[in-house]
Design a protein around this ligand. Structure first.
Ligand code: SF4
Ligand code: SF4
Length: 374
């Protein structure tokens, strides 16, 4: 691997702590502790959290499973400033302090302005969020300042032009979104590189979609060297110049063991593998699936007044398209809507669409879900 821009990053694969294993409503901290230990034992050291992940439980899991059990020199920790937790400049520092406390640390290695898009960027500027983060860096409470980004490439160009001090950019990047017109993975990547910025990758397996592959796509990858479906997606993202770290939101020990097996001694995809994932991408694009990444932003903080499990509904719809079985009808009726809203209960308030980083037209999509399942 080429020399690291941040030599403190031991490897190019990080633990995204947004989809941790759960025991009912609580994080399965016993399993997370095992995952953390295995990760560190295998030479990895990058962990990523945010206050909104699992409604604040991710930060607490960081403290219980990582910071209270490992020396600070053994890990790097990234946290984020999320727009919905401040209204004015004066709110930012107190919020930041609660994040340090929740995670049980006295500094963050990376602090990212979270989910930047054109609208949120204006708010962050108005509240002097960037300036506050740069001050926190001067004070040693943050080692590096960056952004995570969800918008068109032109918006990234504007942000990096206005704030050249930004040190790193986290983007959504996977082989299906590479040429996608709304996510614009390739164009966003190219803008970051034009500004000389190193990158962090989120959603390399597209919220799990690149693991649950349609039959035609499975056949293509099965003909390669026997790696897991996730392995091709993660290695794809890590194969591009400037990708300092690829994050995976691992949900159990088995996923972590699989990821470690191919990222411990990382090898970029060779040409045959690159050709294969391009073909898989073509299969995906031909299915017209809903590009929801299951980030859950739309259903956190009571965004939906009628309590519709939006990401689960989209997943259900996608699975029906892929697997073409009746199981999804049963799941929709008996599980998803048994004690939550149905797709047809949507009152079209639009609250979910305002926070969707994929810019999905959720109201229209729910009409399609209702047509399919009700
Ligand atoms: S538009 Fe519909 S799905 Fe979205 S938050 Fe409002 S009621 Fe819920
Ligand atoms: S609909 Fe949008 S906000 Fe909701 S889970 Fe999917 S990608 Fe995230």
């Amino acid at each position: 691997m080429a020399d690291r821009v941040f030599p403190e990053m031991k490897k190019n694969f990080g633990f995204g702590m947004m989809r941790l294993p759960m025991n009912g409503e609580a994080v399965d901290t016993e399993q997370v502790s095992k995952m953390v230990d295995l990760f560190i034992e295998n030479g990895f050291n990058y962990f990523d959290t945010a206050h909104g992940y699992i409604n604040g439980l991710s930060e607490l899991a960081v403290r219980e499973c990582l910071s209270s059990r490992h020396d600070r020199s053994e890990y790097l920790l990234t946290n984020k400033l999320t727009g919905e937790y401040f209204k004015k400049e004066e709110d930012i520092r107190p919020f930041f302090e609660t994040q340090l406390k929740a995670c049980g640390v006295d500094y963050f290695d990376f602090y990212l302005m979270h989910a930047q898009n054109a609208h949120l960027f204006e708010k962050f500027k108005k509240c002097r969020a960037y300036e506050t983060a740069f001050d926190l860096k001067k004070e040693g409470k943050v080692r590096h300042v960056g952004i995570s980004f969800h918008d068109q490439a032109s918006v990234l160009d504007q942000i990096l032009t206005e704030y050249p001090e930004i040190e790193i950019v986290q983007i959504q990047f996977n082989y299906v979104d590479y040429e996608d017109e709304s996510v614009q993975s390739r164009k966003v990547y190219e803008v970051a590189r034009k500004h000389g910025k190193p990158l962090l990758v989120m959603e390399p397996v597209k919220g799990g979609s690149l693991v649950n592959l349609p039959d035609d796509a499975r056949k293509i990858l099965d003909d390669l060297n026997g790696g897991s479906y996730a392995s091709y997606a993660v290695r794809y993202a890590a194969s591009f110049d400037g990708m300092e770290m690829v994050l995976s939101g691992m949900s159990n020990l088995e996923q972590m063991q699989d990821n470690i097996s191919y990222m411990k001694d990382f090898k970029p995809l060779d040409q045959r593998e690159m050709d294969a994932v391009k073909k898989v991408s073509d299969v995906f694009n031909s299915l017209g699936m809903i590009p929801c990444t299951a980030c859950h932003y739309c259903i956190e903080e009571n965004h939906c007044p009628v309590n519709i499990l939006i990401p689960n509904m989209f997943d259900c719809m996608n699975k029906k398209m892929i697997f073409k079985t009746w199981n999804q009808d049963f799941y929709y009726k008996e599980v998803l809507t048994a004690s939550n809203g149905k797709a047809s209960d949507c009152v079209k308030c639009g609250g979910c669409e305002k926070v969707c980083p994929q810019h999905l037209e959720i109201r229209d999509l729910l009409e399609k879900v209702a047509q399919e399942f009700e």
